[in-house]
Design a protein around this ligand. Structure first.
Ligand code: NAD
Length: 430
């Protein structure tokens, strides 16, 4: 029986951290230190709209932890990107970078704005004002932003340009840039690709085949659409997708190429002529093998978890499943590939992009994709073996591995005062 949901985003993420901290028997002061963000910047972002109106938005850059390297995390333009949400996302970045073992910490930024109706010029103005406001706390060895919801390579190009106006040539200050400005081949597809690398690994572990495996995807933006393309290419059957406007279903499989053309012409998956419309909420309840939530957080809750029919959930989005829903799904034997593993492909290739910028050397797309696969397969297998060894679920195992690495780094730096215990080398990730 599911517990009622009552936690906000940061408390929800922290409760997953707590579960892993219990497994590791971490002292309270260590938990407190690991939970607390290092720095939280709130900025005003004023713009003049094309109609002459003066509007002021609120933006944030939250730096959660840098024990393992410079802060790293995306920037989101979304009405729900408030302090608590951005704090939750910053915390997730700390655990994600640690789990896939890239030498970064965790951060996140956002502006509380619905920019969907903004002109290109208004989006540029918003980005430049925000970039200027956070310019003193970011930098190639300090904090490196990237795209997230409603931001893309173009937004990163404006951010880079504004930063360089102030500080000089610094391509490594931001990742997810256009390739022409030092971006990495493969970065745009990386998060959706990573979801599929994890799913392939899970199926291989379970002795199952992609062919005939059905998938529903919530959200058809960067992550969702790339997951759909990668899934189709690998022989999975994508039977339903959705976006903020609605959802569509086709039981014998969507033609993703045609759907992409429809989305680029109309801006939405709705009204696609070779599929049936369904309610957006119903997408999560489709009778499929695999569900990939790839939109916003908190969409699978105690209220709807018992109606989710998929046996596997791959968290393309950040914190799409609440702790209460997570417990209910685990009780029913649903296999979860948690966000900090499933969607870590984006930050992994962001790391490769940063490395290329620092080295002044461009990698091929083949090399990027091969290195991405090896990083994620290694992380996936470490999660599986840790889960088996400790008798915990994959989410807890993922956080255990991440917490071990961050705790070790923080301890070696002398940031944690109360626990001189040596790290156990027998456990992966220590
Ligand atoms: P995006 O802006 O490119 O796409 C978001 C999609 O979700 C759009 O299709 C939008 O219409 C849809 N959507 C929004 N609200 C919805 C709702 N309530 N119901 C159904 N659909 C809805 O964003 P993105 O970059 O694809 O990010 C999606 C998720 O993946 C976010 O949680 C983000 O934090 C996470 N993520 C993104 C990356 C990345 O590299 N872009 C990396 C890791 C995690």
């Amino acid at each position: 029986m599911a517990q009622p949901d009552h936690l906000g985003p940061f408390a929800a993420v922290s409760s997953f951290v707590e579960t892993a901290a219990d497994v590791l028997d971490l002292p309270q002061s260590t938990r407190h230190a690991l939970r607390t963000p290092s720095r939280e910047l709130r900025v005003e972002v004023p713009i003049r709209r094309s109609n002459g109106d003066h509007e002021v938005y609120v933006g944030y850059r939250i730096q959660h932890d840098n024990s393992r390297g410079p802060y790293k995390g995306g920037i989101r333009f979304h009405p729900t990107a408030d302090l608590d949400e951005v704090r939750a996302l910053a915390s997730l970045m700390t655990w994600k970078t640690a789990l896939v073992d890239v030498p970064f910490g965790g951060a996140k930024g956002g502006i509380e704005v619905d920019a969907s109706q903004f002109s290109r010029q208004e989006r540029e103005q918003l980005t430049r004002r925000y970039a200027r406001a956070i310019s003193d706390v970011i930098g190639p060895t300090i904090d490196i932003p990237a795209p997230d919801m409603a931001t893309d390579a173009q937004v990163m190009a404006w951010l880079l340009d504004e930063y360089e106006e102030l500080k000089g040539h610094s391509p490594a200050v931001v990742t997810g840039k256009p390739v022409a400005l030092g971006g990495s081949p493969g970065r745009e597809a990386a998060t959706g690709t990573g979801c599929l690398i994890c799913l392939d690994e899970l199926l291989a572990e379970q002795g199952r085949e992609p062919a005939g495996t059905t998938i529903a995807i919530q959200g058809y933006g960067n992550v969702g659409s790339w997951a759909a393309r990668r899934a189709t290419a690998a022989g999975y059957r994508v039977v339903g997708v959705s976006d903020v406007h609605g959802a569509i279903v086709r039981p014998d499989g969507l033609d993703v190429d045609r759907l992409d053309r429809h989305v680029s012409e109309t801006g939405s998956v709705t009204d696609f002529d070779s599929a049936d419309p369904i309610d957006g909420g119903e997408l999560l309840m489709l009778d499929v093998d695999v569900l990939i939530p790839a939109a916003v957080g908190g969409v699978i809750t105690a209220e709807n978890a018992d109606r989710v029919k998929a046996g596997v959930i791959v968290e393309g989005a950040n914190h799409p499943v609440t702790p209460a829903a997570d417990a209910a799904l685990a009780d029913r034997g649903v296999t979860m590939i948690p966000d900090i593993l499933a969607n870590a492909g984006g930050v992994t290739v962001s790391y490769f992009e940063w490395v290329q910028n620092v080295q002044r050397f461009r990698w091929t797309e083949e090399r990027v994709n091969a290195e991405l696969r090896s990083v994620l397969v290694k992380a996936f297998r470490e999660v599986s073996s840790t889960a088996a060894e400790l008798g915990v679920d994959r989410r807890t195992a993922s956080f255990v591995l991440a917490l071990r690495r961050v705790t070790e780094a923080a301890r070696l730096r002398g940031r944690l005062f109360d626990d001189p215990r040596p790290i156990d080398p027998a456990i992966p990730g220590s």
